[in-house]
Design a protein around this ligand. Sequence first.
Ligand SMILES: NC(=O)c1ccc[n+]([C@@H]2O[C@H](COP(=O)([O-])OP(=O)(O)OC[C@H]3O[C@@H](n4cnc5c(N)ncnc54)[C@H](O)[C@@H]3O)[C@@H](O)[C@H]2O)c1
Length: 272
Amino acid sequence: MSYNLLKGKRGIIFGALDENSIAWKTAERVHEEGGKFVLTNAPVALRMGAINELAKKTGSEVIPADATSFEDLQNLVDKSVEILGGKLDFVLHSIGMSVNVRKGRHYTDLKPDWTAKGWDISAVSFHKVMQTLYKSDAMNEWGSIVALTYMAAQRVFPDYNDMADNKAYLESIARSFGYFFGRDKKVRVNTISQSPTPTTAGQGVKGFSGFIKYAEEMSPLGNATADDCADYTVTLFSDLTKRVTLQNLYNDGGFSNMGVSEKVMDRFEDEE
Ligand SMILES: NC(=O)c1ccc[n+]([C@@H]2O[C@H](COP(=O)([O-])OP(=O)(O)OC[C@H]3O[C@@H](n4cnc5c(N)ncnc54)[C@H](O)[C@@H]3O)[C@@H](O)[C@H]2O)c1
């Protein structure tokens, strides 16, 4: 169902790799709600080609950009404003990568170069994106910027590795930059803390299949899917959430406030 919540709005969506990606589902949902956007991803990810299908479906153009490169980001922002015919109303940062996770390096033995690279891609890129938008004055007043995060920023999930630290940094950037973006341009900045979701990035985390089942059983409403995340993001891009800013918002079926559920307890009960 469409509510036309984003009619007339323009934006940029980072991170649609394949049809499982949270950004992919969000692009489809934003399109249904009448929003127009440019799709972007790292040149190496675009080589897979799947994004062209999404672009066709949503009538969007694709502009390659490595989110760690100021040069790429400036080109992306300038071209997007030109293609879409005006300043932007929404931006989704849906980017994450840890070399240590990819290569199975244990948290107690992180390789500093790999840590730095993952941090740059997963966290600092959000600052670079916002810095580019801010300096170019590319956002309309009452625009909305969203990045995706995970609760390992607040609580310990051993296999999430250095991504936990990257997410903590990302959430802090949302608050720190959100202050200036709000004060100077009336733009809001928030992070959505999403349930474990079966995507390429998600499944790269060790023990993911057990963990997603555990989260499902702990959450009174069950895990939030990528489609749920897309719906929530649409509300944050819409005019219905104008003064929600500097927040880390949980889209997790209630997981983050649970101690234990009966379903999980049952597994530890002694046989009577
Ligand atoms: N899947 C989960 O369980 C889960 C849970 C909470 C939060 N998140 C977050 O959601 C976001 C999206 O991930 P996803 O789960 O949809 O997985 P995904 O693998 O589909 O998306 C990750 C994206 O990051 C892009 N990327 C990597 N390096 C880049 C670079 N240098 N420049 C530009 N883009 C780059 C990839 O190409 C890919 O499109 C990430 O921030 C992730 O941490 C995921």
